[in-house]
Design a protein around this ligand. Structure first.
Ligand code: AMP
Ligand code: ZN
Length: 467
């Protein structure tokens, strides 16, 4: 079975056919982070979804160019031009410059995705380094008659673009009349959005550039249109992001891009991941305390435990986060590694039985990236006693090219097998109970020397790898 993907444009699972006449090259643009704070674990679900898609395409022998933007200017707290500028607000709160804040959180973001074994995009582009591309694109939109100036800003007039709202199945009459709450009285239609801000509400805007419409800065949506067209051309294969981007950000991206180029469709397949769900305050990047990858690591989890948890849900279903579920994922991943370790020393062998297993795995992945079923195929392979160890190892490693659980490094993961660590933790607890603190300390120090850190908490001892 060839790859099929759910396309938000048609609301159907479609056979994937690249635009490239030779059927090989694929352009993929995934919306990247706004770098005013750490990514929360919900954001990381979006990047894992990109990763799974790219790994699957590559495993199917497509040549993928994966482009991702870094938003370091222009993103207001409301996607529809309302609220404060996220970067400026963060810089003020931290007493830093916008560019310092951007660099710090960009580095933190890559540290997170590296730890989750998410393959880095081929091209990472910063909005502030592509202002010229944005201005050039806005000029084309203006020349084609889709804009108006009001109150110092340049707006996109959605009533000039009849297909506006097709992606999100929005009704034009409602968008014109003001179904969206807007406080911007310059807008002719409630759904109109800013392409270029000059006399904005932000007197303190840190970064401004000269443009035909005055000194100012771009709206958020134009950056993705401009950068994706720069790197992937005026039409490309796949664009992706979280479901929250369907009604505003991606809807606006389509309107701008097609208004500029006159080519339809701008993007052939739109892929959207559903949300990771948990308490609101734990998932709001603009709020105070939210869960980051590091906060999971601080509680003793491996970033790959979180990767495993995410793989257990289909990307188009909401996934409820809980620490109990994460513990389940950790246990499952550890026993998976144990099973692969047991095959250590075998030379992977692609016999018929192994190939059959791998084919079943790809049937699941080809079915709109059904990772829960794909994981089940991996488990089935490792539990199947009729498979020769060498072919089980071959099949598991093939599957891991997509799952990215680092199974090949299972033996070397910590240098200390998990069961040995657990046993030593139990011995240390006994030693402490018997007030043999010297023994307890020596167990802790021995493990530390082997790269394992023990931490005592209310619920017992947890361990993690030294960084
Ligand atoms: P942002 O950095 O806020 O622009 O968001 C980065 C990505 O995370 C976007 O693709 C969002 O759609 C996505 N996203 C935001 N919140 C969640 C969530 N709770 N679960 C999954 N994806 C999310
Ligand atoms: Zn975007």
């Amino acid at each position: 079975m060839a790859l099929t993907l759910f396309n938000t444009l048609s609301r159907r699972v479609e056979a994937f056919e690249p635009l490239d006449p030779k059927g090989k090259k694929i352009g993929f643009y995934g919306c990247g982070p706004t770098v005013y704070n750490y990514a929360h674990i919900g954001n990381l679900r979006a990047y894992l979804c990109h990763d799974i898609l790219v790994r699957t395409l590559r495993a199917l022998d497509y040549e993928v160019t994966h482009v991702m933007n870094i938003t370091d200017v222009g993103h207001l707290s409301g996607d529809n031009d309302s609220g404060e500028d996220k970067m400026v607000k963060s810089a003020e709160e931290r007493g830093k410059s916008v560019l310092e804040v951007a660099q710090f959180y960009t580095d933190a973001f890559f540290n997170d995705i590296d730890r989750m074994n998410i393959v880095r995009p081929d091209i990472v582009c910063k909005a502030t380094e592509h202002i010229g591309d944005m201005i050039a694109l806005i000029k084309r939109i203006e020349a084609n008659g889709f804009t108006y100036q009001a109150g110092g800003n340049l707006y996109f007039d959605i009533s000039r673009f009849p297909a506006y709202g097709d992606l999100a199945r929005l009704r034009m009459d409602a968008l014109k009349a003001g179904a969206r709450t807007t406080v911007d009285t310059n807008k002719r239609n409630a759904g109109d959005f800013v392409l270029w801000f000059t006399k904005s509400k932000f007197e303190n805007q840190a970064l401004v550039w000269d443009s035909p419409w005055g000194r100012g800065y771009p709206g958020w949506h134009i950056e993705c249109s401009a950068m994706s067209i720069t790197y992937l051309g005026e039409q490309f294969d796949i664009h992706s992001g979280g479901v929250d981007h369907v009604p505003v950000h991606h809807t606006n991206e389509i309107a701008q891009s097609e208004a500029a180029t006159g080519k339809h469709p701008w993007v052939k397949y739109w892929i959207h991941n559903e949300f990771l769900i948990m308490d609101k305050e734990k998932m709001s990047k603009s709020g105070g305390a939210f869960l980051t990858l590091q906060s999971l690591v601080d509680r003793g989890f491996d970033p790959l435990d979180y990767r495993y948890l995410l793989l257990g849900g289909h990307y188009r279903s909401q996934l409820q986060f809980s620490f109990t579920a994460l513990e389940g994922a950790r246990n499952a991943r550890r026993s998976l590694l144990e099973k692969v370790r047991a095959l250590e020393g075998e030379k992977p062998e692609a016999d018929e039985a192994a190939k059959k297993r791998v084919a079943a795995f790809y049937r699941a992945m080809n079915d709109d990236l059904a990772t829960p079923r794909a994981l089940a195929e991996l488990w089935g392979t490792l539990r199947d006693n009729s498979l020769a160890p060498a072919s089980a190892l071959y099949a598991a490693l093939e599957m891991d090219a997509v799952l990215g659980l680092k199974l090949a490094a299972a033996g070397a993961e910590t240098g200390v097998p998990d069961h040995e660590i657990e046993t030593l933790i139990a011995c240390r607890a006994d030693a402490k109970k018997n007030r043999d603190f010297a023994k307890a300390d020596s167990i802790r120090e021995n493990l530390k020397a082997r790269g394992i850190i023990l931490e005592d908490g209310k619920n017992g001892t947890i361990w993690k790898k030294a960084l």
